[in-house]
Design a protein around this ligand. Structure first.
Ligand SMILES: Cc1cc2nc3c(=O)[nH]c(=O)nc-3n(C[C@H](O)[C@H](O)[C@H](O)COP(=O)(O)OP(=O)(O)OC[C@H]3O[C@@H](n4cnc5c(N)ncnc54)[C@H](O)[C@@H]3O)c2cc1C
Length: 422
């Protein structure tokens, strides 16, 4: 049996946006780091997310600049610089699906109040769109339509860009490997052992700090190192998807201090436009079956978008949990949440847009790397996925790195759902 030992400053579990951004930050600051992923990168929330780099819009609907609105507003500047290659990580390879989001309302009185409040609560100003400049989907919406400089990105390309920068630091143990923690007392991890399914190779990792950024998977990881389960909350969503010959649309329909629907658009592998629909419809949809939610959505979408023709469209839904740090009232935390117990840090970004802030907070808490000039040991080839069954997932496009194979990227929900209804 081969046995190799590797000393590390930090060992990350979970390659969604939080873990990958953190990996990048730690690498740039010379920490000896590895990331372990047990499925395709981004499985769970990141690949399901709508990719909106919120400028605080959704959180300003109450009319006040809340902590959340401020936190996300500050982050959008950094994202913009990264997407333009003016800050690290250089994200020029990430596809920007839309430079902005639209904000519109229905006839309801509450929606007029909400729109006005949002306008004044935003850090990024919302500009009024002249009737002839409205996107076709919003042509017949009553009242004014606003434009907010919230960019929308393709999260698959984000995962790919972040991952391919560090493919030699990512261990994908999806197809082979067993992880065993040796813990001297709750939260004090001595070693992490990786063993191949055929038991031929054991790889012994000795990290100073173990960081869990595994989204919902944090609960199981915490249990395995003897930590309590109370740290995390799950807030479920039941999202709607519509595909067919639809116009591209990115934006929110406002009703009072709620977003009645949030719509983002993508193009699937067959060239069809797919709308992903979140907001109140997905919050309220949790208590509905898929058939009930589709029936509701078939009435709701035409009523908020009277100009759109929904004939020849297909509908589907998917359920997903938002995994967040525990809030005493079960509400969405104001910002990213992380906690250190012994040698273990558990972290949740709360929003994709806040992943850079989370990484900054964690890295700052670590001080300096123990041996800044040390060369990290190479990854054991036994654990890199050079061949064999890669299961569900997409490899990055050739333009994003030929031969890159250590961490395949999860497929978006519309590519894995086969329950579409005409
Ligand atoms: C439907 C939806 C829409 C959203 N839209 C937006 C939006 O538009 N804008 C925004 O800012 N935020 C949005 N969010 C929030 C955002 O998606 C999340 O805050 C963010 O993606 C969380 O990232 P994460 O890396 O913490 O977790 P995840 O994305 O869930 O990643 C966790 C990773 O850990 C891996 N993992 C799990 N268990 C283990 C284990 N034991 N060992 C190793 N790896 C493990 C998983 O396979 C996965 O790769 C949305 C969320 C949802 C659900």
């Amino acid at each position: 049996m081969n046995k190799a030992t590797c000393e590390l400053d930090t060992l990350i579990f979970g390659g969604g946006v939080a873990g990958l951004w953190l990996l990048d930050e730690l690498q740039r600051r010379s920490f000896r780091t590895l990331l372990i992923e047990n499925r395709a990168l981004g499985t769970g929330q990141t690949i399901a997310s709508q990719g909106i780099l919120h400028a605080g819009l959704k959180y300003a609907l109450g009319g006040l600049l809340s902590g959340s609105a401020k936190a996300v507003g500050e982050m959008t500047d950094l994202w913009r610089r990264c997407l333009e290659g003016r800050a690290q990580p250089d994200l020029r390879g990430v596809r920007i699906l839309s430079p902005c989001c639209y904000l519109w309302r229905t006839e309801a009185l509450a929606s007029m109040v909400g729109l006005t409040a949002a306008r004044f609560g935003l850090r990024t100003p919302a500009a009024k769109v002249a009737p002839h400049e409205r996107p076709p989907a919003l042509a017949r919406c009553p009242g004014e339509v606003l434009r907010v400089d919230e960019q929308v990105i393709d999260v698959g390309s984000l995962l790919s860009e972040l991952a391919h920068r560090h493919n030699d630091r990512i261990l994908n143990i999806a197809d082979a490997g067993e992880v065993t923690f040796t813990v001297s007392k709750p939260g004090l991890v001595e070693t992490v052992e990786l063993q191949r399914a055929d038991s031929t190779t054991v790889f012994l990792l000795k990290p100073e700090v173990v960081i869990f950024t595994a989204g919902e998977g944090n609960a199981d990881l915490r249990r395995r190192v003897g930590l309590s389960q109370e740290a995390m909350q799950l807030r479920p969503l039941h999202m709607v998807m519509v595909r067919g010959s639809l116009p591209q649309l990115f934006g929110h329909c406002v009703d009072g201090n709620k977003t009645r629907v949030t719509i983002t658009s993508a193009v699937d592998t067959e060239g069809r436009t797919v709308w992903q629909v979140g907001g109140e419809i997905a919050e309220q949809g949790v208590g509905r079956t898929s058939a009930e939610l589709i029936e509701f959505a078939r009435r709701e979408l035409p009523s908020v978008l009277p100009a759109v023709d929904f004939t020849n469209t297909q509908w589907a839904t998917f359920r997903i949990n938002r995994a967040e740090g525990q809030d005493p009232h079960g509400a969405r935390p104001e910002g990213p949440v992380w906690r250190r117990e012994g040698s273990v840090i558990t972290a949740w970004p709360t929003k994709l847009v806040l992943a850079p802030r989370l990484a900054e907070l964690i890295v700052n808490s670590l001080g300096k790397p123990s041996c800044p000039d040390a060369t990290p040991s190479p990854l054991p080839t036994a654990y890199s996925l050079q061949s064999g069954d890669r299961g569900e997932g997409q490899t990055p496009s050739p333009s994003q790195g030929e031969g890159w194979g250590e961490g395949r990227i999860a497929l978006p929900p519309w590519e894995v759902t086969d329950e579409w209804h005409a």
